[in-house]
Design a protein around this ligand. Sequence first.
Ligand code: ADP
Ligand code: ADP
Length: 230
Amino acid sequence: AALLEAEAVSFTYPDGTRALQNVTLSIPEGKKIAVLGPNGAGKSTLFLHFNGILRPQEGWIYFAGARISYSHTALQQLRQQVGIVFQDPDSMLFAASVRQEISFGPLNLGLSKEEVLARVEAAMAATGVKDLGDKPTHFLSYGQKKRVAIASVLAMEPRVIIFDEPTAYLDPRSTREVMALLETISRKGTTIILSTHDVDIAYTWADYIYVLAAGQVIGAGTPAEVFRDA
Ligand code: ADP
Ligand code: ADP
């Protein structure tokens, strides 16, 4: 079944940039989906629709079969279930320490202290930042910040996690580590969407690929189908 769907979504920024034009696609639950396309294709704009930060000017977004109503409650639920790891970790980190950063989301969910603690510890272990708990986030390396950003989304335990260009600016070793982490998260059943302009990553990693260019879906299929003619 589809967990997230965009149906005929169009979106134009206030300056007139047509970022999405009649985009229809569906994200099957539990799968690894790559959104492949060059800079400016509309990948980030699509993702901002998926967690309700942007609202379609035309068309609809569906989560678990239900059309998003954009009421306060619906948006809260959507943002809880659709986590985004943005490309630039500095845009996501604001707390004084790593542990506080990762605790922030779960605390806001109103969970018990014990549950928050358990989630934070699990997220720190999964991302390899266990020893950094008391560190101020601004002293971390770029790769460490990336991990903390991922941990803070993991601790929310969303049903889908979107990774916007997760390997951008990472060296080959960090790239392998991040991809291995995505594999671990996927094995636990979490649906993963990743954007990339790296054809190799899309080909080797994804169950299904959507190709975006100039705000439109220009290709879709399994890696074998999408690259059959390439
Ligand atoms: P991608 O993530 O594939 O690089 P984006 O969704 O970021 O693509 O951008 C799609 C198009 O929208 C691009 O032409 C980009 O320059 C433009 N765009 C993105 N954000 C804004 C914004 N806040 N205001 C105006 N144009 C924007
Ligand atoms: P997009 O592809 O979504 O348009 P950009 O390529 O412009 O995004 O950059 C995304 C973010 O990554 C920027 O906000 C920038 O601060 C950050 N960034 C750019 N280059 C580097 C770098 N070499 N190291 C760390 N962060 C960077």
